[in-house]
Design a protein around this ligand. Structure first.
Ligand SMILES: [Zn+2]
Length: 125
């Protein structure tokens, strides 16, 4: 049972890393140090990924919820990847805007709008 679980985790990690390699290349993000980490525990099923950017050092770590990812299609994971990477790109703005009351929802909406536009361009290319 534990072996099967490890295999599923390894499979999902490889799947996420493959999608990351494609999207990070397409978005030309080689100038950022992006690390993908994996959480095998089942946590909040609504949280596919937690992104921790550090814009001053051009770094970010993305913590993927493995169980949550396993239930998603490649297209859904790709859209999530793009969304999280937009969070990374606008982190300098967020570091200031986060001090404004109500800015969290506005930030999330803005990130999703940009992410959807990027996804639409990819699909129509
Ligand atoms: Zn978000």
């Amino acid at each position: 049972m534990a072996q099967a679980r490890r295999e599923i985790q390894a499979e999902q990690e490889q799947r996420i890393l493959s999608i990351a390699a494609i999207i990070e290349t397409e978005m030309d993000l080689g100038w950022l140090d992006i690390v993908h980490k994996f959480d095998p525990r089942s946590g909040d099923e609504r949280v596919i990924c937690e992104t921790h950017p550090d814009w001053e050092y051009r770094q970010a770590s993305l913590l993927w919820n493995i169980e949550c990812c396993a239930a998603r299609t490649d297209e859904e994971l790709t859209d999530t990847m793009i969304h999280e990477l937009v969070h990374v790109l606008i982190d300098p703005l967020w570091s200031v805007a986060c001090k404004v009351k109500g800015a969290r929802r506005l930030n999330e909406f803005s990130v999703e709008c940009v992410a959807r536009a990027i996804s639409a361009v990819r699909r129509n290319a």
